[in-house]
Design a protein around this ligand. Structure first.
Ligand SMILES: [Zn+2]
Length: 268
């Protein structure tokens, strides 16, 4: 890819953040962890082989994913998040992300300024959704970590269950939990909507970064609406595959047809 063609856009993106009073950031699919580098972690890879050989251990897979997330890092995505952090750290910003991998938390952002409506690997919930209680996942990770790292094997692990009804506990995110309990992100969602109200009539820079059409009513459509109604806003849509702008925002929005991770890494 001829990245020099994008350097002007990267400059105007950074300039727009610099001059804005508020910065609204949406992070989407292009930032999702793809669990591709499992080969780098031989102990995790052999634990997954154990699951393949014994389907009764399938419940451990999300716990192994969490282990992976704790260890995998420092790649292009992390670098992109760090660049973004450098751009906004002194601004009044808010981030909404559909990612559940938690990588963004490592870059230095204020967690009070992030909402992750699709959940995370930080909390567990009852699979049956009986009681609406959430449990810190960390409490259950120690035995899993030990079984994998010591090579003791997964068969010795006991699946955590809901103290109320005995159903298995699953991660509180849209991938792991069939009846996903939204209580996990509610408080941050309220913060987010309060913050949004304060952007009315302010110079707002809207950055939609790598957001696809998977869950358009979470970021893509609301951002278009905000950009349309806020006369003082600027709107950047960065996406490697679907960067097109709607008719209403044609004269206002800036479409950038580049993978958002690569785009941010080029901002300096
Ligand atoms: Zn329960």
């Amino acid at each position: 890819m001829d990245t020099t063609a994008f350097s002007g856009l990267q400059r105007s993106f950074q300039e727009s953040i610099k001059t804005a009073q508020k910065v609204l950031i949406g992070i989407g699919e292009e930032f999702n962890e793809r669990f591709e580098k499992i080969g780098r972690f031989p102990k995790l890879a052999s634990a997954l082989n154990e699951v393949d050989a014994n389907p009764a251990l399938a419940w451990t897979v999300p716990f192994l994913e969490k282990l992976y997330l704790e260890q995998a890092g420092d790649d292009s995505r992390t670098e992109a998040y760090r660049r973004l952090y450098e751009l906004v750290k002194d601004k009044d910003y808010f981030i909404i992300t559909t990612c559940i991998d938690g990588h963004i938390q490592r870059a230095g952002f204020d967690s009070e300024r992030i909402v992750a409506p699709c959940g995370s690997y930080e909390l567990l919930q009852c699979r049956a959704g009986c009681c609406g209680k959430l449990y810190p996942a960390q409490d259950f990770m120690r035995p899993v970590r030990q079984a994998v790292m010591d090579g003791a094997g997964l068969a010795c692990l006991v699946q955590p269950v809901c103290p109320e009804c005995g159903a298995p506990l699953v991660f509180n995110n849209i991938v792991s939990a069939e009846s996903y309990d939204e209580a996990g992100y509610r408080p941050q969602w309220e913060q987010y909507t309060r913050w949004l109200q304060l952007t009315l009539n302010r110079e707002l820079c809207i950055a939609e970064l790598g957001v696809g059409m998977g869950l358009p009513n979470m970021i893509r459509w609301p951002f278009e609406k905000i950009a349309f109604y806020n006369q003082k806003s600027s709107f950047f849509r960065v996406n490697g595959s679907i960067w097109q702008m709607t008719e209403e925002l044609k004269n206002k929005g800036i479409s950038i047809g580049m993978d958002a991770v690569d785009f941010l890494r080029g901002c300096r």
